[in-house]
Design a protein around this ligand. Structure first.
Ligand code: HEM
Length: 422
């Protein structure tokens, strides 16, 4: 979920990967898309991966599930088996590396630690993300907040749903979760933007911006305020009372939660709405039976993960999928690629809400860094779609003014316009 730059220089290990091995992968019914052309990793550009990665990921997964891609300056893992192996093995594939720009900007946090320290940081937050905690603390609030946001534009007969609904709901949800509602959505969003820009900047060699430093200091100020008030109702106060984290560790944790929750949840909700609105037959089915909505959400998560990749560094010379990767190299795990595995998902490119194994996607990652916010994110997206269908029952997609999801790391439609009768 990070955007990384410089990679350690080669130690001479062959970066061309194993020989192409046609038919290496065959799915449940030998279901490898015959139309997918083989691809030379050296010909892959960032623009190709941003715009239409599907056929590239499928071709690599079939022929070279672990391969060095020069444009990424990283080893790209598209095989599901290999992706899961790397995600689960923090001893060989770590996030604890000084090159991770997230840690440089935000300070050490669970996203950039491994081992016992990671367990200490994560353990402090984990109970607050459990399904029951989310249900009790959020279900009603999410329904109300989503309905309020939709009510602002329902009378207009049209809206761009990413910026009018998905984005604001993501910001408001994490602000409420952290107990920072008093801060205001505009400030939270402003902090997020400065931090996200700085993380990208640092990954291409720029110093941490003044704005990002100020955002980190302002977040720590809010944390200190919460800590000074013993009766403060925030999650920060409760975590501090738990005693597992020191006061100066809470600022980075809060920043990481914002960083982990805002862009991803906005993208998740926008992608679900995009999949639903762009399929009128599916939309009709869901109008008649809202209990299908969780299945739509899972299939959208599989085919368009809002965070399409996660990065790790090798801790030594490692073997993965028959390929030797040198010590200290960047390994980019394509969650989107792993989700297209034909051995797990029959006809993997089809949007099919009747699959028996909808939840076997790896969008929320497996292993020690699995997404903590997954229950909250699912509840948020479902509340958003219900709110749209409740207030605008005849909602329809305006394809002309909308765009397909795109992005190298974070994927979502730049524009998602819907119309309805008023
Ligand atoms: C309320 C919203 C969310 C919150 C609070 C949240 C929180 C977190 C946290 C705290 C982590 C770090 C876990 C660790 O390192 O131990 C994490 C990891 C992750 N989250 Fe979420 N998340 C949210 C929504 C999402 C969404 C919507 C997606 C994608 C659709 C997503 C994808 C991921 C991924 C891919 C990771 C793994 C990062 C890595 O392994 O490098 N998250 N999330």
């Amino acid at each position: 979920m990070t955007s990384e730059g410089a990679r350690k220089e080669s130690d001479g290990t062959n970066r061309s990967g194993p020989e192409r091995n046609p038919g290496r992968r065959s799915g449940l019914n030998g279901d490898v898309d015959p139309d997918v052309e083989p691809i030379d990793p050296a010909s892959i550009t960032l623009a190709m991966l941003e715009q239409r990665p599907g056929p590239i990921l499928q071709a690599l997964q079939r022929d070279q599930p672990v391969v060095f891609v020069p444009a990424l300056d990283a080893w790209l893992v598209t095989g599901r088996e290999e992706a899961v192996e790397a995600m689960r093995d923090a001893d060989r594939f770590t996030v604890d590396d000084p090159r991770f720009s997230t840690a440089v900007v935000l300070g050490p946090s669970m996203l950039s630690l491994d081992g016992d320290e990671h367990g200490r940081h994560r353990g402090a937050f984990a109970p607050h993300f459990r399904p029951m905690a989310v249900r009790d603390g959020f279900d009603d609030w999410l329904d109300r907040r989503a309905a309020e946001l939709v009510a602002r534009f329902a009378g207009d007969g049209e809206a761009e749903l990413r910026t009018a609904l998905a984005g604001p709901l993501a910001v408001d949800t994490i602000a409420r979760f952290l107990g920072l509602e008093g801060v205001g959505s505009a400030d939270v969003l402003g902090w997020y933007r400065h931090l996200a820009d700085a993380i990208v900047g640092v990954s291409v060699g720029e110093p941490v911006s003044t704005e990002a430093r100020r955002a980190v200091a302002q977040i720590q100020d809010r944390v200190d305020e919460a800590l000074a008030d013993r009766g403060h109702p925030s999650l920060i106060r409760r975590i501090a009372d738990g005693g597992a984290l020191h006061a100066d560790e809470l600022g980075p944790s809060v920043a990481v939660l914002m960083f982990g929750a805002i862009e991803t949840s906005e993208g998740m909700t926008a992608n679900v709405l995009w999949h639903l609105l762009s399929r009128p037959a599916l939309l009709d089915r869901v109008r008649l039976d809202r209990s299908l909505l969780p299945a739509v959400v899972e299939e959208s998560l599989r085919l368009e993960p809002a965070a399409a990749v996660v990065d790790r560094y090798t801790t030594g010379r490692v073997q993965l999928g028959g390929v030797t990767i040198p010590a200290g190299d960047l390994v980019t795990i394509s969650l989107a690629g792993a989700n297209l595995d034909p051995a797990t998902f029959e006809h993997p490119t089809r949007f099919d809400i009747d699959r028996p194994n909808l939840r076997q996607h790896v969008t929320f990652v497996q292993g020690p860094h699995g997404c903590l916010g997954l229950h909250l994110a699912r509840a948020e997206t479902i509340a958003a779609v219900h709110a749209v269908l409740d207030a605008c029952p005849d909602v329809a997609f305006d394809r002309e003014r909308s765009s397909d999801p795109s992005g190298l790391i974070f994927r979502k439609p730049a524009s998602l316009v819907a119309t309805w009768a008023t």
